[in-house]
Design a protein around this ligand. Structure first.
Ligand SMILES: [Zn+2]
Length: 183
């Protein structure tokens, strides 16, 4: 005998749960990351692993000689890029002159591309050196390039403790990669 309720959505009031003050923004594109679990991040360096993947899989937008540019998996804003040396080291003073020059040059190109494809009004640039300074992956240097818009400081992060990210990472990667100049 078939269940007459099968396939029927239950009304929300019939489901168990505890309401709270948080908004829910459903972000199914992050499922792959969640399914991977925290272990890969703890034990493997994501910035060493990314260049071995395809551009799409590694969220890479450009590859240089000593450094490359990828999308941040945890963007503060749509188009949040990271400029990373290929070499695994933690702090800026360990970079070779070649790495310093290329990280700087890629940062400049990233700004121009974001201004063109994302029409941003400003940028936050920076490197967090060490875990105490807020580096998520402290062992591998990375420069943040965060595009800002006059309208992006909305009320979401303050009242809802959440960030609205209107574009999927794959789409953002594609538009930044398409806008990157061919050398
Ligand atoms: Zn690394």
């Amino acid at each position: 005998m078939s269940d007459p309720d099968e396939g029927r959505a239950e009304p929300a009031s019939a489901l168990a749960g505890v309401p709270d003050e948080f908004q829910r923004l459903w972000t199914p594109h992050r499922m792959a990351y969640i399914q991977a679990g925290p272990e890969p991040l703890k034990h493997d360096c994501p910035f060493c692993a990314a260049p071995g993947k395809s551009d799409e899989e590694g969220l890479i937008v450009a590859r240089g000689e000593t450094a490359y540019v990828l999308l941040n998996l945890f963007p503060y804003n749509s188009g949040h890029l990271l400029v990373c040396p290929y070499r695994h080291f933690g702090t800026y003073d360990e970079a070779t002159p070649e790495e310093v020059a290329e990280i700087g040059a890629l940062t400049q190109v990233a700004m121009r591309v974001l201004r063109k494809v994302a029409n941003c009004d400003g940028f936050n640039l920076g490197m967090n050196q060490g875990e105490v300074a807020g580096a998520g992956v402290a062992a591998h240097l990375h420069q943040h390039v965060v595009p800002r818009w006059a309208t992006d400081a909305n009320f979401f992060p303050i009242i809802a403790k959440t960030k609205a990210l209107p574009q999927l990472l794959g789409e953002v990667r594609q538009s930044v990669a398409d806008g990157w100049p061919v050398l």
